[in-house]
Ligand binder design. Structure first.
Ligand SMILES: C[S@@+](CC[C@H](N)C(=O)[O-])C[C@H]1O[C@@H](n2cnc3c(N)ncnc32)[C@H](O)[C@@H]1O
Length: 227
C-alpha cells in the first residue's frame, strides 16, 4: 500500500492535491521548534515542512508507510505507533500536524487528548481531514462502484474513514482543551477527478474555498494549547 500511496500522491494530480492541502497546514503552524506529524504516511508532508526550514518527527501506525518515510527523509526521526497513544512525554513538541489521517482514527478524541498532552503550553495544532460536505457525500458511492468494478486503486477504496463537520470538530478540539480554534474548508480539485475536470477544478478552487465552501472536500482546523 505504501508504494501505491506514494505513486498516487507524489505524482501529477496527487502531488498537486497534496501540496495544496500541505500549504494550508504549513501556513497555520510555526516554523520554529519541533513538530510531530501524526499519521505521517510516507513523509510527504514532513518533506515539505522541512524544505521550508522546519524540524519534524513523524509517527504512523503502518510499518510500510514508515519505511517509505525513512527513505524519503533519512535524517529525520520516524516512529511506528498509534496516534491515539503517543509514545512521548508531556510537553515534548512545539506543534502538531496531521494531514488526511484524522478520518481514520478509531478514537478521534483520544488522539486529540494525546496531542494536547504532548504539546508544550502555547503549542499549536493544525490538522486537515475529510469534511462532511455536499461532494464528500458521494465518496462512499464511488467506493462501492469501485468495489463492484474491482478497482484496486488506493484512492478508490473504503478504509472506513469518518467525515467531520464544523460542530463535531469544534466539540472534539474544545473537549481536548484547545483554544483559539479556527476552521477553514479547502480543496475542490480532488485527486479522484479525471484530468480535464481536475484542471478546471483547480482553476476555480480559490473561488470555491472563499465563496462556496459547501463544495470543498477537506476541513482544516487549528488551535492552541493555552499557556
Ligand atoms: C491518507 S494517509 C495520509 C498520510 C500522510 N499524512 C500524507 O499526507 O501523505 C493516512 C495515514 O494515516 C495512518 N493512520 C491510520 N490510522 C492511524 C492511527 N491510529 N495512528 C497513526 N496513524 C494512522 C495510515 O497508516 C496512513 O499512513
Amino acid at each position: 500500500m505504501a508504494d501505491r500511496y506514494d505513486h498516487h500522491y507524489d505524482r501529477s494530480q496527487g502531488r498537486c492535491y497534496h501540496t495544496h492541502l500541505s500549504r494550508h497546514l504549513i501556513d497555520a503552524l510555526p516554523s520554529t521548534g519541533t513538530l510531530l506529524d501524526i499519521g505521517c504516511g510516507t513523509g510527504l508532508f514532513i518533506e515539505k515542512f522541512i524544505a521550508e526550514g522546519g524540524n519534524a518527527v513523524g509517527l504512523d501506525i503502518s510499518r510500510g508507510m514508515i519505511h517509505q518515510a525513512r527513505r524519503r527523509c533519512p535524517d529525520r526521526e520516524f516512529v511506528i505507533a498509534t496516534g491515539e497513544r503517543l509514545p512521548f512525554g508531556d510537553g515534548s513538541f512545539d506543534a502538531i500536524s496531521s494531514l488526511l489521517a484524522f478520518s481514520y482514527m478509531k478514537d478521534p478524541q483520544g488522539m486529540l487528548d494525546e496531542a494536547f498532552r504532548v504539546l508544550k503550553p502555547g503549542g499549536y495544532i493544525a490538522l486537515c481531514t475529510l469534511g462532511k460536505k455536499l461532494l464528500t457525500c458521494s465518496i462512499p458511492a464511488i467506493y462501492q462502484i469501485g468495489e463492484i468494478m474491482k478497482v484496486s486503486h488506493v484512492v478508490v477504496r473504503n478504509f472506513g474513514e469518518h467525515y467531520y463537520n464544523e460542530d463535531e470538530m469544534h466539540e472534539l478540539f474544545t473537549r481536548a482543551g484547545f483554544s483559539g480554534i479556527q476552521m477553514k474548508w479547502c480543496s475542490f480539485a480532488h485527486i479522484n477527478l479525471i484530468d480535464p475536470l481536475f484542471q478546471l477544478a483547480r482553476r476555480v478552487e480559490p473561488f470555491v474555498e472563499r465563496r462556496l465552501p459547501q463544495l470543498a472536500y477537506n476541513i482544516c482546523v487549528n488551535g492552541i494549547k493555552p499557556k
